[in-house]
Design a protein around this ligand. Structure first.
Ligand code: ADP
Length: 472
């Protein structure tokens, strides 16, 4: 079933609460009015009963019933207050009963039920009365007085009040419904506008933004938050499209080189040495392409968040010592001096061993790539406060200040042809930075052009001892 819109639901709630308010207000007003009107009649009734009391009090102790009947008739038959009066004596004999009560005895109460003063509503033949009943002891005699007063005026006023309420309440309710609907539409109109704009935003116009609301309330917060979210989506989208464009461009270069080399080799017949040379070039480019594709896949996996990073306590010293041995051989081939200062103490981090190896390899590979002979590369591992710090320092070409902030971007290379001639892809430092972030650490660079570069990685140290590997 289709759910009602928020506007209609708000209006229904508003109506329900309003109707409940009307019922509670109307009912309380009706009861208050009724009590007040009855009080007026009852006050009059009580003063009439007082009159009767005074009358009975005035009778002497030994007045006979006949005499009393005579007196009562004389006093009350002509008086308006005696129209609804009955006085009985202890024996149950009625000493006075007005003409109206003669013909409407059902309005009276059995004498046995009457004690202290009690006032009740009674109605007969469509007429309404308030009736007072009281047992009185006067001059050694017990009398029962039942006396009424017409309450038609009070009841008519109550009826008028009720019918006015029943007429105006639905009208008020209708007005409340219209006002409630208008108010909820007005309050929610900006949401409709946001939804309409949001519907129109797609990959083709991600630079569009939702209307900026200046209401200073939740709706403004909602539109601001959605716009901030669109900012983030747009920049992520731009990064992805830029990455795809860069990746295609980077892949096109080696592929066209391979193609050109093969076409040239096939154009005319050549000697074995020339063919070998061409094949060597083709192999070099194929290796570069393979490296590029591997790095692209690595970053794609990192972006998708599916790259499993298994953080375990690992001793960074053990990793770096085993790497340093390999890089000694590279240094010897490149005729670059290589030294390391790793120490024996256990410097453990919560990390992924494979990724940490990859990180150190990227930094050392760059250091050797951008340092020509005679030069030096130094690897240092140390503990500074509660952090494990890996430093790779070289005496190579260095990096200008304006490039230092950009070298961690994908495909950014200070000197494209130099990087290419060294087999670089422009992705190494992006991968290194991703690895460092996965380990909750940081990587920074310090350099002066022509004076080498220093890359410094800081990782949080853990104090869990890592078991040393068993001797082979
Ligand atoms: P590449 O594969 O080109 O080395 P990287 O992402 O590893 O890509 O590095 C990006 C750029 O940063 C390099 O092209 C190079 O210009 C610069 N760079 C990185 N490391 C060094 C270094 N040790 N000395 C000088 N320049 C460096």
């Amino acid at each position: 079933m289709k759910k009602l819109s928020i506007g209609v639901r708000l209006m229904l709630w508003y109506l329900a609460i309003f109707a409940l308010g009307e019922i509670v207000f109307g009912a309380s007003m009706w009861f208050i009015l009724r009590d007040n009107l009855y009080d007026l009649v009852d006050d009059q009734l009580e003063s009439q009963i007082e009159d009767v009391k005074t009358f009975l009090q005035a009778q002497s102790r030994d007045t006979s019933i006949e005499k009393l009947r005579e007196e009562l008739r004389e006093t009350y038959a002509a008086e308006h207050s005696g129209d609804f009066l009955q006085v009985s004596v202890e024996s149950g004999d009625v000493v006075y009963r007005s003409r109206f009560l003669e013909s409407h005895q059902s309005i009276l109460l059995p004498l046995a039920q009457i004690q202290d003063l009690r006032i009740k509503s009674r109605h007969v033949d469509g007429k309404h009365f308030r009736f007072a009943f009281e047992k009185l002891s006067m001059n050694g005699h017990a009398y029962t007085v039942q006396m009424g007063a017409p309450a038609d005026d009070a009841v008519d006023t109550l009826k008028l009040f009720r019918s006015s309420l029943l007429t105006f309440a639905p009208v008020l309710l209708l007005v409340a419904a219209v006002v409630g609907y208008w108010m909820s539409r007005r309050a929610l109109a900006p949401v409709d506008a946001l939804v309409r704009t949001a519907h129109q935003i797609s990959g083709a116009n991600l630079n569009r933004r939702l209307q900026k609301l200046e209401t200073g309330d939740e709706l403004q917060r909602l539109s601001d938050t959605l716009n901030e979210m669109l900012d983030r989506i747009e920049s992520a989208f731009l990064r992805v499209t830029q990455f795809t464009a860069d990746a295609s461009h980077e892949l096109r270069t080696p592929v066209s080189l391979i193609r050109t080399e093969a076409e040239l080799a096939l154009r005319r017949s050549r000697g074995e040495a020339e063919y070998r040379e061409s094949l060597r070039h083709i192999l070099n480019e194929a290796e570069r392409t393979t490296l590029l594709i591997e790095q692209l896949l690595e970053l794609a996996r990192a972006d998708s968040g599916r790259e499993a990073v298994d953080l375990q306590p690992v001793d960074v010293g053990t990793i770096l010592r085993s790497l340093a041995d390999n890089w000694c051989q590279v240094a010897a081939i490149r005729k670059v001096e290589f030294s390391s200062e790793i120490g024996d103490s256990n410097l453990s981090v919560l990390g992924d061993e494979t990724l940490l190896r990859r990180l150190a390899d990227i930094l050392l590979d760059n250091a050797f790539k951008y340092t020509t002979s005679p030069g030096s590369v130094r690897l240092v591992l140390e503990q500074i406060e509660d952090r494990v710090v890996i430093t790779v320092r070289d005496s190579g070409v260095g990096i200008a200040k304006e490039d230092q902030g950009k070298i961690f971007e994908r495909f950014y290379r200070v000197d494209k042809s130099r990087s290419r001639s060294q087999g670089g892809t422009g992705l190494g430092l992006s991968i290194a930075q991703w690895i460092v972030l996965q380990h909750h650490g940081s990587v920074t660079v310090k350099s002066e052009p022509g004076e080498g570069a220093t890359f410094r990685v800081e990782l949080p140290k853990v104090s869990i001892p890592v078991p040393s590997p068993l001797p082979a």
